[in-house]
Ligand binder design. Sequence first.
Ligand SMILES: CC(C)(COP(=O)(O)OP(=O)(O)OC[C@H]1O[C@@H](n2cnc3c(N)ncnc32)[C@H](O)[C@@H]1OP(=O)(O)O)[C@@H](O)C(=O)NCCC(=O)NCCS
Length: 136
Amino acid sequence: MNSKIIQITSKETLPIRHQVMWPTKPLDYVKLPNDDKGLHYGLFLDDTLISIVSLFIKDEEAQFRKFATLENYQGKGYGSLLLNEIIQVAGKKSLKRIWCNARTNKMDYYKKFGMVVTDSTFRKGGLDYVIMERIF
Ligand SMILES: CC(C)(COP(=O)(O)OP(=O)(O)OC[C@H]1O[C@@H](n2cnc3c(N)ncnc32)[C@H](O)[C@@H]1OP(=O)(O)O)[C@@H](O)C(=O)NCCC(=O)NCCS
């Protein structure tokens, strides 16, 4: 199957954000107030969108949010392709760092991408998070 990563609209990210990340909440819960300022990327397998992530650039820093792969396609390397792509995008923009609020169960996953744990942690929506970053 043919895979490609392209920029998409925030609206296109919503079904996967909802289904994969917060299926028990209303759809509006996965919309972000600054979605219109984000760069949204999707990985398509042939014509099917299966993995998404959104990048928000501010003050020479990029934050990625709402990273998700459809359940049936997880664990096959697609999310890694997408994450590598946006780390490259951020790196090319001469930013200082890329960071994310990582669900703590994803800490080891993000470490594979050169991201390190900071000492900022919090709890939201019943889940534990830690801020992880990669300095360029
Ligand atoms: C986090 C998430 C987006 C990763 O997407 P993904 O497409 O499954 O990512 P990958 O397939 O590249 O990597 C997932 C795992 O499969 C492994 N993997 C990668 N390629 C693989 C392959 N070809 N065959 C088998 N395993 C593979 C990775 O090493 C990784 O292992 P780990 O979880 O033990 O670190 C996905 O798990 C997801 O949507 N989770 C729910 C939402 C979520 O938690 N989002 C992140 C919030 S911080």
